[in-house]
Design a protein around this ligand. Structure first.
Ligand code: KPL
Length: 296
């Protein structure tokens, strides 16, 4: 029987830490998950455990009804599979991308830009899978999630479902937030992956000595690319490190699981922009090479 629920049907693409986070955060909305690792997911947050069992489809499974909204939270290594899935099953849906890094627009190119809302999130969650059947995450920080306000009612409904997490902001603000997140990721992710430690232990690690010059280099690239970043970007970085202290960064999680990382969409993207702009990016370049060697 057709559902008469007026709320949009949401499909979450991915089954890693962030996908489980969103399945938990939007629990109660009509949603299902598409990915590799079938629920139940156990979510540890502030001393409590919630177990959720959203309806689930494997990538290759046919779906019964096209979703209204697709929340794209896969890793970059799964992006082409996610793109093909969207083109096959959800060509008219609104795609909300909350992936790390930059360049999604180009990578998702056949999907028309007016079907896409590229947002940014500072939510932090770490996978804690005990076994392949026992899928768990610990949520370190709910963070904040920003989505571009283009007047879509489906985004408004999502925002209303979680007004504590999701804010709709204008195009300039979203661009600046995406760059800020990119710059923070360009420091925290590779340094934590090389130091092999949780975010909160980074400031005590000798490699953290690189954080200042690296932040300055990434910032110069952003500014040369026309971004105006807040003056207190350095203290915002420190705040993010503290807020996500218990988190194992997504890059370190990838390295520990033997997966390829998102370095190309983070520091690699900054190197690419620096080359286009004719400015040097030695630290971003060195870190990109080191991480590519660590996790090819
Ligand atoms: O985005 C993150 C990541 O790990 O990719 C942060 C916010 C740095 C949290 O670890």
């Amino acid at each position: 029987m057709e559902s008469c629920d007026p709320r949009p049907l949401v499909a979450i693409l991915g089954s890693g830490a962030l996908a489980r986070f969103w399945a938990w955060a939007l629990n109660g909305c009509p949603l299902w998950v598409v990915g590799q690792a079938a629920p139940p997911y156990h979510v540890h947050f502030q001393g409590h455990t919630d177990s959720i069992r959203p309806p689930f489809y494997h990538w290759q499974q046919p779906i019964a009804k096209a979703p209204d909204v697709v929340v794209l939270v896969t890793k970059w290594r799964q992006l082409s599979r996610a793109r093909d899935w969207i083109l096959q099953w959800a060509p008219q849906s609104l795609v909300v991308s909350l992936m790390n890094g930059m360049g999604q627009e180009e990578a998702l190119a056949p999907i028309p830009p007016d079907h896409m809302a590229i947002g940014v999130t500072t939510a932090a969650a770490t996978r804690e899978d005990a076994t392949a059947q026992d899928l768990a995450i610990s949520v370190q920080s709910l963070g904040q999630t920003f989505l571009p306000d283009r007047g879509e009612s489906n985004l408004r409904v999502l925002q209303k479902a979680r007004p504590d997490l999701i804010q709709l902001v204008d195009a300039d603000e979203i661009a600046s937030r995406r760059w800020q997140k990119l710059i923070f990721n360009s420091v925290i992710n590779p340094l934590s992956a090389l130091a092999d430690c949780a975010n909160g232990e980074l400031p005590q690690h000798p490699l953290w000595a690189l954080s200042r010059p690296l932040l300055a280099e990434s910032r110069r690239i952003a500014e040369a690319a026309g971004q105006c970043l807040p003056a207190d970007v350095e203290s915002r970085l420190q705040h993010l490190v503290q807020e996500t202290a218990g988190n194992v960064s997504s890059m370190l999680q990838d390295v520990r699981h033997g997966y390829s990382t998102e370095i190309g969409a983070i520091n690699g993207y900054l190197v690419h922009r620096a080359n286009q702009l004719g400015i040097p990016a030695p630290l971003n370049e060195a870190l990109t090479r080191l991480i590519e060697k660590l996790a090819p």
